[in-house]
Design a protein around this ligand. Structure first.
Ligand code: FRU
Length: 488
């Protein structure tokens, strides 16, 4: 693994020529995704600024240009007409001001009439590396690039720790007020959310208080990337608690969870209806954020969610090639019987080519539909030709649980975090939808009951699968939908 100095990680990009050679080199990687957003060079992490504006989807990702390392972060901007065909637009936000001198960190977007407004964290550091996080805004200009306001909207509070970031902006129609939710940490290192409000989007922000979430006063040491939405009349709070181990999640200390409940903006209280749930049961999923399609945009009200296929602190095999990361497929969110259901956006199936015979060969980018036999079964992806090794999935019908074991893969990584995870289900397993791209696997269970996302890096000998008798497998190759052009 390459050792990076701070100077190397925090180098400022002077122009496209700085990364042209790197771009050309990683284009030849066997692991470049065909239908998932991925870093043009270097590292991509959190999805940022995700919104539908005037018929175009805007999405950015946290981007460190230099390699597979968390250093100076930019927002890299991509757009799409349909959430599938993504075009590179170039840098969305660059750390070019004093108040964001060490990174334009995560944030959100809101489509407000004619304007698309981005909110982000300006990560300022002094010479002695003391951090001051600022909440900043930028407005998409006629040229398609976000233009920053002259000054931050507000700075950090000193009654919380330096961890105050990732503004999520929402409009509450009931009291015609905008709110910003900030992921934060108390002085005694408990994760929380700070709330700000304003009648105007670009000025007048005042601190409202720390969000009360009864029962969650001591749940993890920092809540990154809070996201709140309303789906079918229920409020959903999504966040990424860190610095804690949670049941069934191996040794990982980074998680992405959600609560369903009721948000009371006057009392600044989110009252959960029940326990928290994992947004995803896989090895690599974090910092998810959503966007909302309202009836006004033609269709029914629905939420769309995208996450980072990756975890802070993890390392991935493409590090050797000086890039890593990918965003997940967009998922539709619904609430059914009080539970969040996540299904792949239906349009993703239009990327399927002609169905191919399910004979045990696994294309590098494909869609697999699996009908389950009723009892216990196994389904193993990326096995050797003789059926050994691979990512091994086992369903235990009596316990209604799927175990996913990646120890058999040629390329093993993050062993210490755990290579075996379990996905507990409430209903008997009837079907799976599996989306395989060159370096990721997303497994959707049933009608959206659970999702399992993982980075996977099969080697040449591993493009096979095996399934127990009675398991129905249908297979389609997937077309490329991400242009991956050199636009900086
Ligand atoms: C989550 C996170 C955010 C932060 C960003 C920096 O992965 O740590 O809290 O804004 O990444 O890249």
């Amino acid at each position: 693994m390459k050792e990076w100095t701070r100077e190397e990680r925090y180098r400022v990009l002077q122009g496209p020529e700085d990364i042209r050679e790197l771009y050309d080199r990683i284009q030849t990687s066997a692991y470049r995704q065909l239908y998932h957003v991925q870093p043009i060079t270097g590292l991509s992490s959190d999805p940022n600024g995700f919104a539908l504006h005037k018929g175009t989807w805007h999405l950015c990702y946290q981007w460190c240009p230099w390699g597979a390392v968390h250093g100076l972060k930019y927002w890299y901007h991509v757009t799409s007409p349909d959430l599938l065909h993504w075009k590179n637009e170039g840098i969305g936000l660059a750390p070019d001001r004093d108040y964001d001198n060490r990174g334009t960190h995560s944030g959100s977007a809101i489509s407000n009439g004619n304007d698309l407004v981005f909110f982000y964290t300006g990560n300022h550091r002094d010479e002695d590396w003391t951090r001051t996080p600022y909440t900043c805004a930028a407005v998409l200009g006629e040229d398609g690039r976000p233009a920053k306001l002259d000054a931050p909207l507000f700075g950090p509070r000193d009654d919380h720790s330096e961890h105050q970031r990732d503004p999520k902006v929402v409009y509450n129609a009931d009291n015609q007020t905008y709110y910003i939710f900030i992921g934060a940490q108390t002085l005694d290192k408990r994760g929380c959310v700070l709330v700000y409000r304003s009648k105007e989007l670009l000025s007048g922000w005042e601190y409202a208080g720390q969000l009360n979430v009864p029962g969650y006063e001591a749940f993890g040491g920092m809540w990154e990337c809070p996201y709140i939405t309303n789906i079918g009349g229920r409020d959903v709070l999504i966040f990424s608690p860190q610095y804690t181990r949670l049941p069934g999640r191996g040794e990982s200390t980074n998680h992405n969870v959600y609560l369903i409940g009721k948000m009371d903006y006057d009392a600044l209280t989110f009252t959960p209806d029940g326990p928290y749930h994992y947004l995803d049961y896989g090895f690599d999923f974090y910092a998810a954020q959503g966007a909302f399609i309202s009836r006004a945009d033609g269709g029914t009200d629905k939420g769309i969610l995208i996450g980072w296929i990756g975890l802070p602190d993890n390392h991935y095999p493409t590090e050797e090639e000086d890039w890593e990361g990918s965003l997940s497929l967009p998922r539709e969110l619904r609430i059914v019987d009080g539970k969040l259901k996540q299904t792949p956006i239906p349009a993703v199936l239009t990327l399927r080519g002609k169905e191919i015979e399910a004979s045990g060969a696994l294309p590098a980018a494909c869609y697999m539909e699996v009908s389950c036999p009723g009892g216990d079964f196994e389904l193993n992806l990326y096995t050797k030709a003789d059926g050994t090794g691979g990512l091994r999935m086992r369903y235990d019908a009596a316990r209604k649980a799927v175990t996913v074991d990646k120890r058999g893969l040629d390329r093993r990584f993050n062993e210490a975090v755990g290579e075996v995870l379990e996905m507990p289900l409430e209903a008997p397993l009837e079907k799976l939808q599996i989306f395989i791209d060159r370096s990721s696997t997303e497994i959707f269970v049933g009608d959206g009951e659970a999702v399992f996302t993982a980075h996977t890096y099969p080697t040449e000998g591993e493009f096979h699968y095996t399934a127990s008798a009675g398991v129905g497998v249908r297979l389609w190759p997937m077309e490329k939908s991400v242009t991956d052009e050199f636009v900086v």
